[in-house]
Ligand binder design. Structure first.
Ligand code: CO
Ligand code: ZN
Length: 332
């Protein structure tokens, strides 16, 4: 798993630019599903037959990033955020544009710290003029923050752990599932970070009986952290509520029951900010009972998002348990 997570987090694929990550995931799973397709928005959907209910699992494969808005006469780039990006995370960091061009972040002289916003920042790609900069990047170019994968032993840190770790969980579950008892639609969605967009269209097409997103969640276990019951290394998190979704009671109960039966360590999650793909899936057509399997993650939306591999293992086991448990579509 460590190798797979490293491989996926090393790839730069901000929202709307998922080609590289989609290709890497396709290579990983092509031997492990009955059908594989890419829909019009770019979602990758792996189907595996098992009867029972139609279950859509969704892991978003995009990551937060930046987009070039303006190039000045000296060749400095102004930029905007793609997804939730704090200016405080950027100073001292580097960006890689989708064509491979590298740059570093800079900050204007500020009178006060509270003036520190994204539009006081710029990207330096080493150009000495507007013309030289324009040979490398254009307005509208997308980039992602880059940072080396850090192997801390049982725990690992990387950029875009949100949500490459969720993708890794779904990939591993597809590889591990022996006897699926439901029709599985494992969806690697696009553009989650800008508004759950790929989840919305894929769920409309799939018309699932049940929706389960696999994504990261925050923790409350660091010094002076905001109070939150979820902690690293305490198991997979089963979502009760976030800003996009109240997990369907039966789905939440199914996940809790399976975790107990299979002795998978789990914790209940209430996330007071943020949302994920199930927020879009559960509102599709006449409604889809939905829940979320979450991987506790520290420093979400920073260049070093940190997870515990035992939580990842628990998440894989819970996804496989759902895949192998016959669900009655009439009784969800
Ligand atoms: Co995110
Ligand atoms: Zn996410």
């Amino acid at each position: 798993m460590k190798e797979l997570i490293k491989k996926l987090t090393d790839i730069t694929s901000p929202s709307g630019n998922e080609d590289l990550i989609r290709e890497a995931i396709r290579e990983e799973i092509k031997e492990y599903c009955d059908d594989l397709k890419i829909d019009r928005l770019g979602n990758l959907i792996a189907f595996k037959h098992g009867g029972g209910a139609k279950i859509q699992f969704a892991a978003h494969m995009d990551e937060i990033g930046v987009i070039v808005t303006y190039i000045d006469d000296q060749g400095f780039l102004r930029f905007s955020n793609v997804g939730g990006l704090s200016p405080f995370q950027l100073l001292g960091q580097r960006v890689r544009f989708t064509d491979g061009t590298l740059g570093v972040f800079g900050l204007e002289k500020l009178e006060q710290m509270k003036d520190w916003t994204l539009n006081k920042m710029y990207i330096d790609i080493g150009a000495t003029s507007k013309e030289e900069a324009e040979e490398k990047v254009a307005v509208g170019e997308f980039g992602g923050i880059i940072q080396d994968f850090a192997d801390l032993g049982r725990r690992v840190a990387a950029k875009s752990m949100d949500n490459r770790v969720g993708c890794a969980v779904l990939i591993e579950a597809l590889k591990r599932v022996q006897s699926p008892r439901n029709d599985l639609y494992c969806t690697f969605t696009v553009q989650e970070e800008v508004g759950l967009r790929g989840a919305k269209t894929s769920a409309f097409a799939i018309e699932p009986d049940l929706g389960i997103a696999v994504d990261v969640t925050l923790t409350g276990d660091t010094p002076e952290a905001e109070k939150m019951a979820v902690g690293l290394g305490k198991g997979v998190a089963i979502k009760v509520k976030d800003q996009s979704l109240i997990a369907h009671r039966r789905v939440k109960e199914l996940l809790v029951r399976l975790a107990k039966e299979k002795k998978i360590p789990y914790q209940l999650e209430v996330l007071t900010r943020g949302g994920t793909d199930s927020g879009a899936i559960h509102l599709t057509r006449a409604g889809v009972p939905s829940g979320v399997i979450s991987i506790p993650t520290r420093y979400v939306h920073s260049p070093s998002e940190l997870i515990d591999l035992e939580d990842v293992e628990a998440a894989v086991q819970l996804v496989v348990a759902v895949m192998e448990t016959p669900c009655d579509p009439e009784n969800l």
